[in-house]
Every structure is written in C-alpha cells, then in structure tokens.
Write a protein that binds this ligand. Structure first.
Ligand code: PMP
Length: 386
C-alpha cells in the first residue's frame, strides 16, 4: 500500500545527509565527550564544532547554546530554571495555545505559588505584543510565548513581544520548536532571552534539542548530574544526536527558501483540488494564509452542515495509507480535544472534527492528488454512515 506521510509537524524522517554525519559517532567514535583520552577528546571537539555551528546559524554565541534531549526538556529547563531564582516575582505570562511542555510545566509551578497569567489570543491564533502588555506587571517573572503554533501554524510577533518584555525588565522565552529551521531566527534581532528547539522537526534525530540562554540571564540548571554540559546540564552528551542536530539545522537554513516555495506550491494545489474535486465543504482553521505554509488545520462538513469526528477521519485516512493528526496533536497516547482550537474560540464539536496536515520536503504533487482523492472517498463513506 502507498504511504503518504502528511504529519511533519509531529516529526520528520531523518535526512540521509544527517544520518551520514551521525554514523561515525554511533560506530567507531564512541568516546564520552567528558573523557580526557583521545577518543573522548575527539567527541569533545566535534560537540564544540556543532555548538559553534548552531550558534552561528541563530546569531548566538557558542557559550549560549546548551544541548538537551529535545523541545520538552528545553521548555521545562527554562521555566523551572527561571522560576527557581525569581524571588518574590511569582507570575508567568503564557498563552492558552502553548504546547503542553509549557502549559503543564507552568501548571505544576502553581504548587510553588506561581500564578499562570494568560495573554489573550487572537482568533487566528496570534499572541500580540499588546496582549502581553495588557497583563505584564512588576510581579511577572517570565513571559513564555511560542513562535509558530504546532496545530494551526500561526506565527506570533516575537520581536514586538520581546520589546514589551525589555521595557518591563522581564525575561522572554519562546518555544521555537516549530519555527527553528523554517523561519529565519536570529536571537539578537528577535531580542529573546531564551529559546527552545528540537532536531526531529527538521529531519534531524529524535531526542535531541537545544536551549538558547542569553549570556547573563538569571537562571539555574534544572537537570543536575555528572558530565555537566558546561556546568549547565548533567548527563552524558548525546554526541551523534548533537552532530545530527547541527547538520539538520545547517541544511534547513541553507534550503529554507526552497522548502518554503515547495510547501507553498503544495498548499495552493491542495486548496485548488479541494475546491475543484471535494464534494464537501471545508474550512481552514486558524491563520488562513498568514501562518507557515506547511501546516493546515482543516474541518469538513456536508451540505446539511453536519460534521464528522476528526479521530475517525484520521483512522479512515490511515486505512488508505495517509498519515495526518488531529485533536491536540502532541498528547501522550489517546487523542485529547484540541486546547488550541478551543483557545481560538472554536466551538468544541467543530474543533473535534478537524485534522491537521503538515507537508514535508519529500512530499510531491502526486501525494496531494492522492490525498484529495482518498479524502473525498472517505468523507463520502463517513457522511453516508453518519
Ligand atoms: N513544542 C512544540 C511547539 C512542539 O510542537 C513540540 C513537539 N510536538 C515540542 C515542544 C516538544 O518537542 P520534543 O518532541 O523535541 O520534546
């Protein structure tokens, strides 16, 4: 059966070129980057090269890059590390549209007396600088707002939010897991103090991420142990993962324009084919054409305005070999209703009927045609049974 993978916001396949750079460190060059002998030192040199490369690609200093196990760890480390030293400032500004790695961490911090404060989201999913300004106070310890939303693809204006934070002397963190390598990111231009990134969204290895921590930031390490990563994160370094991260980011930045052009072409074709061939109505939820081009959140209805269940749609598409996601796309196991779609004001029934498709660089026009053809057949079957 043909597989058409349209779930690249969840994860991406490893790029062959990334795998090539990782292989020597999975096989022959296995030294612990903390060991003084020659194999260890080889690993250490390669990690420092990767750190320099990643730093240069986002406009940071090498000393500002910490390698982690992924976006989740980076989000946790920033929020917990900043709150641990924030004294009597006990408010964290975030939004209802954040990833659970942020939302659950902020929620848990309530146990230590932290008060979560939510900046209001626009209906398209953007968090504006004005929304942050509205709720920032002299009690605010941290502002954490994501760059690109993983479910609907909305882009929030980091630079403007950073200016508001700077005016109030509040550190600003952004979860850039969905934008790193997809939109230009220069930490100095954006004015962020912390950011989180992940390799597996950009054809790099799973279980590898970065944290950018601006030099001079008030923050303490959250993950403690041996083999300290510059005394800021315990644990033996994932050398192949780190090498893979640097290569994946390098390729993503080099090929950014080309990939974006490809996604725009696929997106236009999809919308055109759905207009032409689909016997059902569809709605693009979220930012319409103002978000990132590779993420589309879609709902479908028939002529009587009935909706079907998004999870059932996902499973029926899967039978045809098509991989998409739905609900709160990044939950652990069972699909949960989407807090993002609820957060942009969608009524729950409608929110539950949506699916997210996200293009990758290897998707073809044939994939899009196949998707629309099978989607129409599946919707036909589902609506006739409903
Ligand atoms: N933040 C966002 C916005 C994400 O989309 C994801 C991945 N679903 C994460 C954080 C978590 O990243 P990781 O899978 O690397 O832990």
């Amino acid at each position: 059966m043909r597989t058409v993978y349209l779930d690249h916001a969840a994860t991406t396949p490893l790029d062959e070129r990334v795998l090539e750079t990782m292989l020597p460190f999975l096989k022959d060059n296995y030294g612990n980057a903390n060991s003084p002998h020659h194999l260890g030192q080889k690993s250490k040199v390669i990690v420092e090269d990767a750190r320099e490369k990643v730093a240069a690609l986002i406009g940071a200093e090498p000393s500002e890059i910490i390698f982690t196990s992924g976006g989740t760890e980076s989000d946790n480390a920033v929020i917990k590390g900043v709150l641990a030293v924030s004294g009597d400032k006990n408010e964290v500004i975030t939004s209802e549209l954040e990833h659970h790695a942020v939302l659950h961490t902020v929620e848990l911090a309530k146990m230590q007396g932290v008060k979560p404060v939510f900046a209001e989201a626009q209906n398209c999913g953007t968090i504006t600088a004005d929304a942050v300004k509205e709720v920032i106070t002299d009690k605010t310890a941290l502002v954490t707002i994501m760059h690109v939303n993983n479910e609907i693809g909305t882009i929030s204006p980091l630079k403007e939010i950073a200016e508001v934070c700077k005016e109030h002397g509040v550190p600003f963190h952004s979860d850039t897991v969905q934008s790193l390598g997809k939109l230009p990111i220069n930490v100095k231009d954006l004015g962020v103090d912390f950011l989180s990134g992940s390799a597996h969204k950009i054809y790099g290895p799973k279980g590898t991420g970065i944290m950018y921590v601006k030099n001079g930031s008030r923050w303490i390490p959250w993950m403690n142990g041996g083999s300290q990563e510059r005394r800021r994160r315990g644990g033996t370094l994932n050398v192949p993962g780190i090498v893979g991260f640097a290569k994946a980011l390098e390729l993503a930045v080099e090929e950014m324009d080309e990939r974006q052009k490809h996604f725009k072409k696929l997106r236009s074709l999809l919308l055109e084919l759905m207009d032409e061939k689909l016997n059902f109505n569809y709605t693009v939820n979220g930012p319409k054409d103002k978000g990132v081009p590779h993420i589309l959140n879609l709902s479908f209805s028939d002529q009587e305005d009935h909706h079907i269940d998004g999870e059932m749609l996902l499973l029926n598409l899967d039978i045809e070999g098509i991989c998409v996601s739905n609900g709160s796309a990044c939950t652990s196991g069972a699909v949960e209703p989407s807090h993002v779609l609820n957060g942009i004001g969608m009524e729950e029934g409608l929110a539950k009927s949506s699916i997210r498709i996200s293009f990758g660089k290897q998707n073809t026009e044939e994939d899009v045609k196949y998707f629309v053809e099978k989607l129409d057949a599946v919707l036909n079957r589902m609506f006739s049974l409903a």
